[in-house]
Ligand binder design. Sequence first.
Ligand code: G3P
Length: 215
Amino acid sequence: MRIFLDTANVDEIRQAAKLGVISGVTTNPSLVAKEKREDMKAVIQEISSIVDGPISAEVLSLEPEAMIQEAREVSSWSPNVVVKIPISASGLEAISVLSKERVKTNLTLCFSLNQALLGAIAGATYISPFVGRLDDIGHDGMQLVSEIVEVFDRYKLPSQVIAASIRHPLHVSVAAQAGAHIATVPYTVLMQMIKHPLTDIGISRFAEDWRSIQK
Ligand code: G3P
């Protein structure tokens, strides 16, 4: 199980990288826009200079040929770039062409087992089920992660599952138990994962007990 950071904020990425627990980064157009950065290429290249692992950057084209051209351009930004492609007929066509060119892809906006299956068969390197957005509409997002992992295992499909749209630490624990290869988490969730109230109490008690015997 690996942890990616789901953000386009380079300060957060720098902080998280110091912890030695982040092995990749995922972005999307909304996350880049949130940082008020207009130059996607500059952001992705900056992130690549901080993190050695896979960095997902999303294409915005909707037609297959344009998507493929854009993906080739995006993948040339840095050797560790993974091209994020939304599931659609165009997206599948693009993934199948790009996988033959060994361009790494991440099928995004995945909300069903069938979408995941098609992405894996087309040759996507990663499949990103959006857990939180399914929970938001009253579905069980983590159930989808379990189903995808089970089916990929059964048929030995090599695509890796990224539990995405993670909203809280419990999502990460359950994704790990479900066998997701990766959880991509916002910085705030990463910080929450570190904390436990009993750890804080334990640290203060150790310090107090030690102080109590100092002359
Ligand atoms: O990795 C996908 C993620 O960026 C979507 O998260 O919170 O916008 O549903 P959210």
